[in-house]
Design a protein around this ligand. Sequence first.
Ligand code: SF4
Length: 714
Amino acid sequence: MTETRSTCPYCGVGCGVIIESDGPQISGVRGDPDHPANFGKLCTKGSTLHLTATPAITRQTRLLQPLLRQQRGQAPVALGWDAALDRVASEFGRIVREHGPDAVGFYISGQLLTEDYYVFNKLAKGLIGTNNVDTNSRLCMSSAVAGYKLTLGADAPPACYDDVNHAQCLFIVGSNAAYAHPILFRRIEAAKQNNPGMKVIVADPRRTDTAEQADLYLPLLPGTDVMLFHGLLHIMLWEGWTDASYIAAHTNGFNELKALVRECTPDVVAQTCGLKKEDLFTAAQWFAQSPATLSLYCQGLNQSSSGTAKNATLINLHLATGQIGKPGAGPFSLTGQPNAMGGREVGGLANLLSAHRDLANPAHRAEVAALWGVADVPSKPGKTAVEMFQAAADGEIKALWIACTNPAQSMPDQATVRRALQRAEFVVVQEAFATAATCDFADLLLPATTWGEKEGTVTNSERRISRVRAAVPPAGEARHDWRIAVDVARRLEAQLRPGLPTLFPYETPESIWNEHRESTRGRDLDITGLSYDMLEQRGPQQWPLREGEKTGRERLYADGVFPTADGKARFSALPYKPVAEQRESRFPFSLTTGRLRDHWHGMTRTGTIGRLFGHVAEPSVQMNPQDMERRGLKNGELVHVTSKRGSVVLPVQGSRTVHTAQAFIAMHWGPEYLSGRSSQGEPLAGVNALTTSAYCPTSKQPELKHAAVKILKA
Ligand code: SF4
């Protein structure tokens, strides 16, 4: 048996795993006792990874060779790799020649490795000359990115996991960490056990398993977080609980914010958020007066039409109370996906450039162009996820290359996404799993390697870079994501810059990573002191880790200096806005969405393991029993859940975790479990038949967490 150290491919906790293999087969997995994210522990998903890679499962689930669909609707037929790569290059080249570079789009993934991400970004922005490269991280962390940049000056989460052990108050908001980040939640439980005096506040519309552990549970109405944060600041100001000296020394913009929150009285906030006034006072006092307060937050803040405002106004509370830059204190966004951070580091979003540079900044564009050896990087902002699929549905984007993500299930407003995939002239799907719903829409399917087969790096929520290592050879003819992108890029170079030296000289992931490392020199995420060798010798490391430094930075801003022009953080005076689609008489329920404990994303991997259905066996819509009684509904009865965009049919289940006038459906169930129709009658599947593509005007992250629905007996 061989043992290989790697990283779990699921959530942003980024647990270290040891893969056990016998020859070409993965035979087991266990937690890596030396990895600082998990110290040997794994949750149900991580500990069953090996079961998703058995030959019997692989034969059924994996894409094993390139496949071409000659006509839409027909079964695809096998072709060789050279022909497949030639086809991508010729179709993308033709469309760029005929319609310009912005007629193509790349939709990639926070589950790609940093090296994969880097090549795709350079291919789109450096070679083709379009910024139309966005990622499912847009659905995951773009509001956190925007919130950090707006207030602290850089997309750099200031805290670390160890802060859980130093915090005296934990403010968990918009996060069911017990399900979404289980190993971090074990750490929270242990910290509470060791320090029973630590106060845990959980704000969430649903009484989740995380909320069950709270000393104070705030069941706020969906989408009212900004009002809650403004209201807490109002109380802190009134009671004299803010830190005037920290505000004066390290921040700008407090007076404007103070004026804004003046109207957010406890009466107004209690009414708007559906909370008790006394609970608001308790939360404000615990947050402000605790020696160290750590906020943990996730998609409840991010997946919102006010996502940036929610993030920024929570950070306001930390700045106003000086709860930042010291052990146990700070705002700490939990990344959903394993490498949402790595993607941001290489600028893998339509509005970003390498190493946290901004596309809108001409100096940043010039720096990246010089690094890449190209004349320029286009200044026109690329299409973000929702915009990209809308542009394809409108005929503006004619070719899509989708890698390691499943938009035909995961994007909101599925009816539009399907129209986009049908209207595009050429759709490439680069994917490990043939069972992903998006494969049905591909003209060309490119089989990619996956966990256990590929090499590279990922960065977890606490800025820690870990190695991902191959334990077994690729399944079938699958190739690495970076390799496929490089091979197409070289073919496109023959058309777009003939005779010039290649921009893609890479033969290993390390050579790509070294170029990425150089791009970070002098930036907030500078890793010029790090190398693959150092990761090999000393294990995972946090950034920044500059040349000459021996270790990375555990937490940021301890000196009170922020990466802004004057070194001060900025308060954000963004007002509260309600959800994009409010409940009304025809759609009287607020539908929220979220994760199950034992499944991941669209279940292409976890859905192959029987035991992971033991916790929740089938899809259902959860409703408060009072609402069910009023409508004469019984547990297990089939209901139509309908929004303005579509409808799904599924059993209803009473649950007191869901408040009245609200409903909950888990995000994972795909076409084989949860069918539905669009409002035009087209077949659709999954909860995203219902969700809205309304998005935050700053982060462009869609409001996957809330839609107005009606629920009627089927
Ligand atoms: Fe994997 Fe996240 Fe579970 Fe850790 S907590 S084992 S990273 S799914």
